[in-house]
Unconditional design. Structure first.
Length: 101
C-alpha cells in the first residue's frame, strides 16, 4: 500500500446532504500507508465533488489500482449544521481504510 497511487472516487449509491466541512480525521493506518499528497488529493477531490453536487452521501469511497479502498465518513448533515444543535467537536469526517470500518 505504499504511496503515490492514483485514487479514484467510486460513484455514490445515493445522494445526501453531507458537506464534509468539519475537521478531517485520518487513522494511523492511513497516515502510515499513504503520502500526505495522496491524503490531500483525496480530500480535495471530495470537496470538489461535494460542491459540484451540492452535497453528498455520508459515505464516500476511493480505490486505487492496487485494490486498496478507503472510506471517508462524515458525521453531520447540512440540516444539523444549519440548526446549530451540535457542538463543534461533533463536526468531523474520518478517512480510514475499508478494513478499519
Amino acid at each position: 500500500m505504499e504511496g503515490n497511487s492514483l485514487w479514484i472516487h467510486k460513484p455514490q449509491e445515493q445522494a445526501g446532504t453531507y458537506f464534509f466541512s468539519g475537521h478531517l480525521l485520518v487513522t494511523q493506518a492511513v497516515i502510515s500507508s499513504l503520502t500526505s499528497n495522496e491524503i490531500a488529493a483525496i480530500y480535495l477531490d471530495l470537496q470538489l465533488f461535494v460542491m459540484e453536487n451540492n452535497g453528498a452521501d455520508y459515505l464516500q469511497i476511493y480505490f486505487n489500482d492496487k485494490g486498496d479502498k478507503v472510506y471517508i465518513i462524515d458525521q453531520l448533515k447540512k440540516e444539523i449544521i444549519e440548526s446549530g444543535t451540535y457542538s463543534p467537536e461533533e463536526n468531523y469526517c474520518t478517512l480510514l481504510f475499508s478494513w478499519e470500518y
